[in-house]
Design a binder for this molecule. Structure first.
Ligand code: SF4
Length: 56
């Protein structure tokens, strides 16, 4: 299986058919290098923004 997860991105266009898709993806700017982040959570403790999930 050939799957690549691209987070914080939007699909701009999708063409083709099963097995031959062509997808145009716009990646949003990040402040963190995803290849270096270990997910330790230290930055969350210092972040001034309080995340509040939107009720479903
Ligand atoms: S502090 Fe930890 S979680 Fe935050 S960006 Fe750095 S490595 Fe990632």
């Amino acid at each position: 299986m050939n799957i690549q997860v691209i987070t914080y991105a939007d699909i701009e266009s999708l063409e083709g058919s099963q097995g031959h898709f062509k997808v145009k993806v716009r990646k949003r700017a990040r402040s963190v290098d995803p290849l270096r982040c270990t997910g330790c959570g230290t930055c969350v403790e210092s972040c001034p923004v309080i995340y509040q999930p939107v009720p479903a």
